[in-house]
Write a protein that binds this ligand. Structure first.
Ligand code: 7RM
Length: 648
């Protein structure tokens, strides 16, 4: 069946990775630095299916970012779904686009032709429900193919999707619905994960209670459980999508039209809705996916992240589909039904590229090698990691045991804000080292700076900054450009500050040391200490709270809460459970506190600022190395806190 949509000038996405050795890497990096416009215009014109080819590259700079968002390819127009679907129909119509493995092991294969049809029908259905170009739709789903279909259907209309991870609570979901002004919510009855059900529709209903913008809720049936129903508002996916118009012309969008808003935690306040735009984001997604993983036509590529995070957006959906790859979507967990699940999948699907997180690698390594070695892993070629620093032991286990010493490990550093990978080996080109993200991709100019802003040259340590714009970066914070400028360009004017600390060795290799701000990274989940603290003080018995991270052998970081009770409030046995219930309600099920310490007061400066440095040291078990505490209003509080340190 041919699509009725006019297929744009045929741009095949089958060019192999051009960066095959270190020499070529240096040449490409040099060209992208010297002539970013020329380099990225050539790249995007070749690998993105534009409707109107762009003729301009970057407009604006980090120095005048306060005046407004910068732009890439501003005079081009496109619809990203034509790059991800339509252009593949001729040569890859029968190739598997999405290979879905369900929680219980069921498998669904959607070819490019089938995916194109489903996306067109879903786009027609959403249009019939009233969704228009530029309007926002929230996607609150588990790892089902329909989550990717919903994202692409929004993109086909030119509507802006905001995927909210299925672990988030009703309160967190409500905040996001309100912040982006979404009128449509796409969800499912329940999600399935690791043999457990997650009541998404019930939580979505709670999020819409009271005053809500949401006019329509589109509900996919996953488990068939009976769910609450609001007639006139709620619509079953199976009632409207399969019968909606099969043809849906992709709506042309300007390069800088927003593709999605994705909320992410920062040091302060509520999560920010980072805005990624069509042209630059897709250029970066396909380029980095193709080069870093050294993608080949016959690859079976598996990124086991969740589409609720940026990794799922860029490296399950947009990057792989733009490259015409077979991309696996995995509904379950690494340990269900047992710790052999990934390797069982590798054997059954002959996965060639696997992309996961250090926390999963550490958890699996702790279960012993037999879970791995009983399966055939000879198909594997490239092994990726993302989300947090990978410790050399975990790296070596991944390399030796999982990859049998044959596979390239790509430790990929990037952020929600960067849109895609920024510092990483390029599989065939970059010699790797256990624990290092190695070298910046073409177009990325990292710099290490001292807190005072001085640039550190050569080997050394500092705050990781990026000095020059690249196409994939977030353009702004939804509805609050000032916050975007303040958060990322306030520290060092004219330079993007990542929030990470980093070391550079004598070979110019980068070793990310982790966040230097109040952002926690727990099992690869990014959360703000401020979000925990505001959840804790919402409990009646809590007067004050301060939350910090501490090293955790599996999760990377654990959550340590210092809590001051209200005068007279009793320290009941179920206090921990109550406090965790507050965090679960305010943030979600993934927001668990590992250790609670009741303290008589928090260490504060005379001006009333909590000295988090001290609290971090004590949580890390280094309460005897506090350094200068003379600026404290009441130094005696530190002795009390030190004495009550909770270790396990
Ligand atoms: C993709 C993603 C971003 C934060 C970032 C870092 C940490 C991510 C690595 C890493 C060391 C890595 N987006 N981080 N990748 N640290 N090595 N390879 O994770 O927005 O959720 O988190 O994650 O601290 O700032 S995110």
């Amino acid at each position: 069946m041919e699509p009725s949509t006019p297929v744009p000038p045929r741009v095949r996405a089958d060019s192999p990775n051009p960066i095959t050795d270190l020499h070529r890497y240096r040449e490409h990096h040099g060209r992208a630095t010297a002539d970013p416009d020329g380099f990225w215009l050539a790249e995007t014109r070749l690998h993105v299916a534009w409707q109107t080819l762009p003729t301009v590259g970057l407009q604006g700079s980090f120095h005048d970012i306060a005046e407004g968002p910068l732009s890439w390819f501003a005079d081009g127009t496109l619809n990203v779904t034509e790059s991800c679907l339509d252009r593949h129909l001729e040569d890859r119509g029968d190739k598997v686009a999405i290979l879905w493995e369900g929680d219980g092991g069921e498998v669904v294969r959607l070819t490019y032709r089938a995916l194109h049809e489903q996306v067109c029908r879903a786009a027609s259905a959403l249009r019939d429900l009233g969704l228009r170009k530029g309007e926002r739709a929230i996607i609150y789903m588990g790892m089902v193919p329909e989550a990717a279909i919903a994202m692409l259907a929004c993109a086909r209309i030119g509507a802006i999707h905001s995927v909210v991870f299925g672990g988030f609570s009703a309160e967190a979901l409500r905040d996001r619905i309100r912040d982006c002004g979404a009128e449509i919510l796409i969800t499912q009855d329940q999600a399935l994960r690791g043999g457990k059900t997650i009541p998404l529709k019930q939580t979505a209903d709670a999020a819409c209670e009271g005053e809500s913008h949401i006019k329509k809720v589109l509900v996919l049936q996953r488990t068939g459980v009976k769910v609450g129903w609001t007639p006139g508002r709620d619509v079953w996916w199976h009632d409207v999508v399969p019968t909606a118009d099969r043809d849906h012309e992709a709506v042309p969008c300007d390069a800088e039209h927003p593709l999605f808003v994705l909320y992410t935690s920062g040091s302060t306040g509520k999560p920010k809705g980072l805005v990624h735009t069509c042209g630059g984001y897709l250029t970066w997604a396909q380029y980095t996916h193709r080069t870093v993983f050294d993608l080949r036509e016959e690859d079976v590529y598996a990124c086991v992240a969740d589409v609720g995070w940026i990794t799922g957006h860029t490296y399950i959906v947009y990057g792989p589909l733009a490259n015409g790859a077979t991309t696996l979507m995995f509904e379950s967990t690494p340990t269900y039904p047992d710790a052999g699940r990934y390797w069982d999948m590798v054997e059954r699907h002959k996965i060639t590229i696997l992309y996961t997180a250090p926390t999963a690698i550490r958890a699996l390594a702790a279960q012993g090698d037999a879970f791995v070695t009983q399966y055939d892993r000879s198909s594997l070629r490239v092994l990726g990691t993302v989300g947090e620093p990978i410790n050399p032991d975990a790296w070596r286990w991944y390399f030796d045991v999982v990859g049998e010493g044959r596979c390239t490990i790509v430790d990929t550093w990037w952020q929600t804000e960067t849109g895609g990978i920024c510092i990483s080996p390029i599989a065939p080109a970059t010699p790797t080292r256990a624990g290092s993200a190695t070298l910046p991709l073409p177009g990325i100019l990292p710099a290490l700076r001292t807190p005072e802003g001085r640039v550190v040259y050569g080997p050394g340590q500092g705050l990781l900054c990026i000095e020059q714009p690249w196409p994939g970066q977030a353009r702004t914070v939804w509805g609050d450009h000032e916050r975007f400028v303040g958060t990322y360009f306030g520290m060092f004017p004219g330079v993007y500050f990542t929030g990470d600390g980093c070391r550079r060795d004598t070979d110019g290799y980068y070793w990310i040391t982790g966040r230097v701000d109040d952002v926690l990274n727990v099992a690869g989940h990014r959360m703000g200490t401020a979000e925990f603290e505001s959840a804790l003080v919402s409990a009646d018995q809590v007067a004050e709270a301060a939350v910090v991270g501490y090293p955790h052998p599996i999760k990377g970081q654990g959550v340590y809460a210092y809590v001051v009770l209200q005068p007279g409030a009793p320290a009941t046995d179920d206090l921990d459970a109550q406090l965790n219930a507050c965090c679960r309600a305010a943030i979600g099920a993934h927001a668990r506190i590992d250790r609670v310490q009741l303290v008589p007061g928090l260490p504060k400066t005379r001006s009333g600022k909590v000295m988090r440095r001290i609290l971090r040291k004590i949580a890390e078990g280094q309460g005897d190395q506090l350094g200068d505490v003379s600026t404290l209003a009441d130094p005696s509080v530190v002795d009390a806190i030190r004495a009550g340190w909770v270790d396990e």
